[in-house]
Write a protein that binds this ligand. Structure first.
Ligand code: ZN
Length: 309
């Protein structure tokens, strides 16, 4: 993979779909992933390894991973909430396991029926499994509700930083901060990521921002200025959280790529192809609400990207 200034990690096929009741056909998911890849994305969270009775949307997880692995140079991420999910994801062949760990006890119990402390123990078991079976696989823990929680309200920053430190000690290769419900503001993002870098250094992972209150892009810029270089986002801004009432909309990949490219920072992504990739979502999820101001307005006259795919 050629060098880029920032990494855009697409989470639509996971985060985007989990909040939608409509089940997307496997063939449509594969077309969507192919379109993202063709636009230049080289990191995609393609699915989630959860029981099909809880999330029928993800029943085809192994098949989706198998297909994604055929795309050269693509880093294939799969979400796992527990050890059983990790076993399935390793068997399917993901390159990276992503584990959501909530800083809010209320959200953690609602989401995975475990306290944050119990989740740290689960991460240790997943790390042990990885070390024994597939040491080449990466483990990224992502602290959900790091900036606030619809159930608990305020999430103390000390709790988030302590959890980041515990997850790093548990063996996570990276730990990111997620604004699962769209409560974050740029000052808070700067503060928390600055503290994370001070606590766990280069093991600080991605910024995962939601656009629920329109601050997603501003929060990504704040995270960039604090030193973050990997950003989760979703084509068409799909996304939310089934266990966080009122959460909606990941940061729109098209708008995020536009911001970085307009600033002269390379993403490796071709914006025109990225905007064209929206057709795969619209065709695969008829009637679903899609977002994105760059796609709506078009690229500015004379806009040129310095780098392509
Ligand atoms: Zn999310």
């Amino acid at each position: 993979m050629s060098h880029t200034d920032v990494i855009i990690s697409e989470c639509g096929p996971r985060d985007g779909l989990q909040s939608i009741s409509q089940v997307m056909a496997t063939a449509d998911k594969l077309r969507w992933i192919d379109a993202l890849y063709a636009a230049g994305l080289r990191e995609i969270e393609v699915t989630s390894f959860v029981p099909a009775k809880l999330l029928p949307q993800m029943a085809d997880a192994a098949e989706v991973v198998r297909h994604a692995r055929t795309l050269p140079g693509l880093k294939v991420l799969g979400l796992v909430p527990n050890l059983r999910g990790a076993e399935a994801a390793i068997a399917a062949g993901v390159h990276v396991l992503t584990i959501p760990v909530s800083a809010s006890e209320a959200h953690s119990l609602a989401n995975v029926r475990k306290t944050p402390a119990e989740m740290v123990e689960e991460v240790k078991r997943i790390v042990a499994l990885r070390d024994a079976q597939a040491p080449e696989i990466g483990i990224e823990a992502n602290i959900s509700t790091a900036f606030g929680c619809t159930l608990q309200g305020v999430v103390p920053e000390d709790d988030v930083i302590r959890l980041a430190s515990q997850l790093t000690e548990a063996g996570a290769n990276e730990t990111g901060l997620s604004d699962t419900v769209g409560y974050a503001n740029p000052a808070q993002v700067t503060r928390l990521f600055t503290r994370a870098f001070a606590e766990i250094g280069s093991k600080t992972g991605a910024a995962h921002m939601h656009n629920t209150r329109g601050l997603g892009i501003a929060n990504c810029l704040a995270a960039y200025e604090a030193g973050v270089r990997t950003f989760d986002s979703s084509l068409c801004g799909l996304g939310g959280c089934p266990y966080a009432p009122g959460a909606s909309g990941n940061v729109v990949t098209e708008d995020l790529v536009f911001m970085f490219e307009a600033m002269g920072l390379s993403t490796g992504i071709d914006l025109a192809r990225l905007i064209a990739a929206r057709e795969a979502v619209i065709a695969g999820l008829p009637g679903v609400e899609v977002y994105g101001m760059t796609a709506e307005a078009g690229l500015p006259k004379g806009f040129e990207q310095a780098h392509h795919g």
